[in-house]
Design a protein around this ligand. Sequence first.
Ligand SMILES: [Zn+2]
Length: 101
Amino acid sequence: MILSELKALEQNLNDARGASKVVELDQQLIGRLSRMDSIREKEMSKANLGRRTQRKSQLLEVLERLKENDFGFCIDCGEEIDIRRLRINPIVRKCFSCMQD
Ligand SMILES: [Zn+2]
């Protein structure tokens, strides 16, 4: 279940990266955007890509931990993390009570 979700997320990332490339190409070709607009667009797509790259490395980390059967346990106390939370966000690394600290 987790693996298929990760696969979907990876696919998502790849699609997103392709899409942002297309946007950049369009800007170069059209060249009608005002200078300010194009600078702002570039900053935004840079920030976006940064977030996605970070997300991807977090997902890869999850995959590593899955391989080592180290997935789903709190990095602080070693308790199992609620599966419902992992379903929502597989990169969660702490149980609910440790998150509060
Ligand atoms: Zn904990």
